[in-house]
Design a protein around this ligand. Structure first.
Ligand SMILES: Cc1cc2nc3c(=O)[nH]c(=O)nc-3n(C[C@H](O)[C@H](O)[C@H](O)COP(=O)(O)OP(=O)(O)OC[C@H]3O[C@@H](n4cnc5c(N)ncnc54)[C@H](O)[C@@H]3O)c2cc1C
Length: 252
């Protein structure tokens, strides 16, 4: 019922692209101005609708990367190009500042972190699944709360890391934030861990132990999320404390 009540209030809004920031060769952060944006919580997403001149329209969901800030009308998304995709190549390669899309949201009230929450937080990301987790990291910093956060981020190669500089800077400046990147295909020079998928040993070493009772957020392609959630449950984390968001696809 609550969900129905929320979705009834959602309307499509015009969103003008103001700025593009290249994250990697295949992912861009897109900063939209959305007049009248009602605000959001870290972890929520939006629906983006594209409409062609002949009236054909299609929509996809994208997580919000930005914390809700004083720049009330700005909403940042980070889109990873899926090579044979319909929408993501348009958003990454074609959309330019000044062009518009329609955007509806914020959507979702489950996969969210609130700065008033006191449990330590474990964030587990696969690929572009880091996007809503970055919103949580940014919101934590913005609210100046000291709840300890750990991010374990699985991605293919060093060139695929989203928000690389910002994550490095935040982890250096903030003793309450630990960032570990696990590479599945190729590691940087001098990196101790060989390439490979996320393992139970990675989560045991870089995550929180279950008896700390962390709030756990897992996000990424469906296969990654299911594998990571199984590892966490096998390690003894309470399923009720593990929140998951699946982006579709099967890549881990
Ligand atoms: C709640 C939610 C939040 C999301 N947030 C983000 C986000 O922040 N950033 C982002 O880049 N994407 C995000 N996605 C994924 C996004 O909605 C699209 O699915 C993605 O951009 C592909 O759309 P497309 O039109 O380019 O590909 P489509 O034309 O829909 O699909 C083309 C092919 O790619 C496969 N595919 C679809 N999605 C994925 C995927 N995620 N990984 C691997 N293969 C895939 C399909 O199975 C198909 O074979 C999110 C999805 C959900 C449900």
């Amino acid at each position: 019922m609550a969900r129905t009540a929320v979705s009834r209030r959602l309307t499509w809004r015009a969103a003008e692209l103001r700025e593009v920031r290249g994250e990697t060769s295949s992912a861009h952060s897109l900063i939209f101005e959305v007049p009248g944006w009602p605000g959001h919580l870290p972890g929520q997403h939006v629906d983006v609708r594209l409409t062609a001149e002949d009236g054909y329209s299609t929509e996809r969901s994208y997580s919000i990367a930005s914390a809700f800030t004083d720049h009330h009308d700005l909403v940042e998304l980070t889109v990873q190009r899926i090579p044979d995709g319909e929408v993501s190549p348009y958003l990454v390669d074609v959309l330019q500042p000044g062009m518009r899309v329609e955007l509806r949201g914020p959507v979702g009230g489950w996969f969210v972190w609130r700065p008033a929450d006191t449990a330590p937080v474990l964030l587990v990301a696969g690929g572009s699944g880091v996007v809503p987790l970055m919103a949580m990291i940014r919101a934590r910093a913005q609210a100046s709360v000291r709840v300890p956060f750990r991010l374990v981020y699985s991605t293919r190669t060093p060139e695929d890391v989203l928000y690389a500089d910002e994550l490095r800077r935040r982890a250096l400046e903030d003793r309450g934030l630990d960032v570990t990147i696990v590479y599945t295909r190729r590691v940087p020079d001098g990196h101790g861990r060989p390439p490979g998928r996320l393992t139970a040993a990675d989560l045991a070493e870089w995550g929180w132990p279950p008896d700390f009772e962390p709030a756990v957020f897992v996000c990424g392609p469906t296969g990654f999320v299911e594998a990571a959630a199984d590892l966490l449950i096998d390690a003894g984390h309470e399923p009720a404390r593990i929140k998951t968001e699946r982006f579709g696809g099967t890549d881990a």
